[in-house]
Design a protein around this ligand. Sequence first.
Ligand SMILES: Cc1ncc(COP(=O)(O)O)c(C=O)c1O
Length: 426
Amino acid sequence: MTFVSHRHPAGAGATAPVQTFDPQAVRAQFPIFREPRARPLVYLDSAATSQKPDAVLEAMGRYYSTFNANIHRGIYQIAEEATAAYEDSRRRVARFIHAGSPREVIFTRNSTEALNLVAHSWGRSRLEAGDAIVLTVMEHHSNLVPWQLLASERGIELRFIPVTEGGELDLAALPRLLADGRAKLVSVVHISNVLGTVNPIPEIARQAHAAGAVMVVDASQSVPHCPVDVQALGADFVAFTGHKMLGPTGIGALWGRRSLLEEMPPFLGGGEMIREVKLTGSKWNDLPWKFEAGTMPIAEAVGLGAAVDYLESLGMEAIFTHDRELVAYAMERLREVPDLEILGPPADRRGGVVAFTLDDIHPHDVATVLDADGIALRAGHHCAMPLHERFGIPATARASFYCYTLPEEIDALVKGLHRARQVFAR
Ligand SMILES: Cc1ncc(COP(=O)(O)O)c(C=O)c1O
C-alpha cells in the first residue's frame, strides 16, 4: 500500500500539508520492538496503553540515577534540580495542550483521577439535588462512574446524549437535554476508545455554555493522537493520561479554567497542598499545588515531559495523519473478512481505533487465536459496557494504532482473522 498525506487534523478544516515520519524509524526507538522474540510483536492495543520510547525511559532513569530527591522541599542542589524538572514537565504539558498558564495543569495519576477530581471538588461544591449532568452513551466507565457516585449521593439526574446506529452522537437530542436549565455540567469523550468517533466538542461546549453548564472533556484518546488546543475546544476541564501518550503509567493531568480552579476546594488533603496548617484548620496552597497532595509521581512527570517532547518532534498532525491512514487501510482490508462487522463511523471521521465482531465467535476466542501469531489485540467491553449494550453485543475485538504501527501489522491482523474463522470452522 502507499500512504497518502491527509490534511485534516481532528476537528479542523483544510490546513497546510502535514509533515510525515517514517514509522519504521520511529519503531526503532522503542526497546520493546527491539527485544528478540520467537515472533515479532504485533502490538495493536495502543488505545489501552502505548509503548514507551528510549527518550522517556532514559529521562526517568536520569532522574533516579542523577538527581533523585523530593520536590518543593529540599534546598540542596539535587532537590532543586528535581523540582525544576517536575515543573518544567508541567510547562511542557501546558504548552502541548495550549493551556493559558502552567498553573492550569494539575498532575494526577491518570484520566480517571482527573475526572474524579472534578466530580469531587467542583461537583460536590456546586451541585445539589434537582441539578442534572449530561453525559453520552459512548463514555468510558471513567467518565460515567464518578458522576453516578455524585448523582446518587446528591439526588442529581443523569441524562445521556444517544449514539446513532452509525456510532456518532445524536446531537439533535442535546437542546432538549439542556432546555430546562437544570443541566449544570456536560461531560463528553473527545475520541471514543471503541468507535474511534471524533466528537464535535466546540459545538457541544457552545451549547453547554449557552445553557449555563460547564464543559468537561475526556481527552484520553485525543491528546495522545492529534493536536489538542484546550482553549479552542471551548472546554472548562480536560482530562488525559500519560501512559497512552508514550509516557509512563501513574501520571496524568487535568487542565482546568483558572477561574474555576481558583474557586474549587481541594480534592485530597495532606502535605504540599497547604500554605499553613493549624491543629484545627488549614489554608490552601496556590494553584496548581492546591490539588497535588503528598509526594507526587516525580519520575513519571519527568517521563511525561520527555514523551511530550518526543510527540512534538514527530508532529501531532503527522501522528493523526498516520493513524487515519492506518485506520482507513484497516477498514478496507477488514472488509475482505467474511462476517466481520465494524462498529462506528467511516475512517475519515474517526481516530486510529477499529472495533469489530466476527460472526458469533467470541472476541476473547478471536484474541486468543491471534495471540498465537504474536498479535496483541484487545477483546471485551473496553470499559464501555453501556455502549456495547446500545449495540446489543457484550463485547468486541479492537485494534488500535499509533506512531509505531506499520501497515504490515494490519496485514498480519487480517491473516490472523481468516485463520480464526478456520479454527472455528466458519
Ligand atoms: C476514553 C477513555 N477515557 C478514560 C480512560 C481511562 O484512562 P486511565 O485508566 O488512564 O485513567 C481511557 C482508558 O482506556 C479511555 O480510553
